[in-house]
Design a protein around this ligand. Structure first.
Ligand code: NAD
Length: 414
């Protein structure tokens, strides 16, 4: 609870810093410091043992001046109001950075999906949609998967919404299975986005991807696809890690072999005897370091020992505020999470566009469009950082806050 309250207040500070740098008045901060709409719902579900359990759920909509709001639904025991609000504000920033016609939204249900049957999960997913149906929809607020929710849950939610509205509504939600209007390229979208950011950062630093030494922390959805993309592009992935340790080979690891041996939890290091710790991995001599696992990995304690030229944050919040400052002073180019991990929401947007037009793109078309969006977003953030002499993180927040502030101003809200 306390931690999520911190997340919420720190998010408010981020928005305030960006608005101040952009020269907006205090009134703009008053508008953007909280979501415009926050719904709390209670969802009664019949469990498999015949008893009724009442779950609490939330949907936050931060700012809809640019267009409908958009953001994932999280199923987790520690979800609370502050976390959902803060994450909806982060989504507004992300959508602004990649220039999507959306504001930020977020949802969550307090539950532990790991202890629930498929039937219970289906009833809960449908119950949530019935409870929030008045404020969501393809032109109002479009949910998506997040922590512990997946394409099956999106399919149940889409089906429930379509039944309520009595028309097929694939554009109500993204992250759906392909047969129900999902997009090609969605599964690999986050790693594709990180790869594009690495290429753009490397160009700015005069590093060739071919032969570059890359270290990746985390070997799950984001980290493993990323390692594969880098390996295929001719880079030398010299170290990877998971929750149990790290593998290191200065001549480059055999990523295809490791992918083949990895289990469904993203674990592979337990198969080997000689492993490094995750801390040692971060401090390896390399060109590109990609934290793709958990938050708070690069801190004031180790930021002075990072040897990479470029750090690209595939995970959410892997670098603390103090460490960001240290890396920036040391001339290390840090590509922040709100930019580097925006590939997922960008392809979610493409999924919604395809649903609306009823015509579907090939994976190649999706990837080309993703590249165009992220190359432009990277250039905007990088140029803002150079021109305004701020680090890439603050520059990203500035780019992210600018569009919704301008849209709110033109609408006459502020
Ligand atoms: P995942 O659950 O698929 O994989 C996580 C990986 O990290 C696993 O290999 C696990 O063993 C490893 N890990 C866990 N704890 C660790 C630790 N303390 N040290 C080192 N490794 C550890 O998760 P994911 O989907 O790949 O997400 C990773 C990060 O990327 C998260 O911060 C997530 O929020 C962020 N992210 C993911 C997506 C996405 O589409 N998957 C989108 C945006 C952001």
């Amino acid at each position: 609870m306390g931690e999520n309250l911190n997340l919420f207040t720190s998010t408010q500070h981020v928005i305030q810093d960006a608005l101040t740098k952009l020269g907006y008045s205090e009134e703009m901060f008053e508008l953007l410091k909280e979501p415009i709409r926050m719904l709390t719902v209670r969802i009664p579900i019949r469990m498999d043992d015949g008893k009724i359990k009442v779950f609490t759920g939330y949907r936050a909509q931060h700012n809809d001046s640019v267009g409908p709001t958009k953001g994932g639904v999280r199923f987790h025991p520690e979800v609370d109001e502050e976390e959902v609000k803060a994450l909806s504000m982060w989504m507004s920033l992300k959508c602004g950075i990649v220039d999507l016609p959306y504001g930020g939204g977020k949802g969550g249900i307090i539950c532990d999906p790991r202890t629930m049957s498929m039937g219970e999960l289906e009833r809960l997913s449908r119950g949530y949609v019935r409870a929030i149906s008045q404020i969501v929809g393809p032109t109002k607020d479009i949910p998506a998967p997040d922590v512990y929710t997946n394409s099956q849950i999106m399919a149940w939610m889409m089906d429930e919404y379509s039944r309520l509205r009595e028309n097929d509504s694939p554009g109500f939600i993204t992250g759906k299975p392909l047969v129900l209007g999902g997009s090609q390229g969605r599964e690999k979208a986050t790693a594709q986005g990180v790869t594009i950011c690495i290429e753009e950062a490397a160009k700015r630093k005069g590093i060739q991807i071919e032969g570059a030494r890359v270290v990746v922390q985390g070997f799950g959805n984001a980290g493993s696809y990323l390692a594969k993309f880098m390996h295929d592009a001719g880079a030398k992935v010299i170290a990877i890690s998971d929750a149990h340790g790290a593998l290191h080979d200065p001549d480059g690891l055999d990523i295809d072999y490791l992918l083949d041996r990895r289990d469904s939890f993203g674990t592979v290091t337990t198969l080997f005897e000689n492993t490094l710790s995750n801390q040692e991995l971060l401090e390896l001599d390399c060109d590109i370091l990609v934290p793709a696992a958990v938050s708070n990995q690069i801190t004031a304690a180790n930021a002075h020992n990072i040897k990479a030229t470029i750090v690209v944050e595939a995970a959410n919040g892997p670098t603390t505020v103090e460490a960001t400052k240290i890396l920036s002073e040391r001339g290390i180019l840090l590509v922040p999470d709100v930019l580097a991990s925006a590939g997922g929401v960008t392809v979610s947007y493409f999924e919604w566009v395809q649903n609306n037009q009823g015509y579907y793109w090939t994976e190649e078309e999706v990837n080309d469009k993703l590249r165009a969006k992220l190359v432009e977003a990277f250039a905007n953030v990088y140029d803002t950082s150079v021109n305004r002499q701020v680090n890439m993180r603050l520059a990203a927040y500035m780019v992210g806050a600018r569009k919704m502030s301008e849209a709110s101003r033109f609408r006459g809200w502020v």
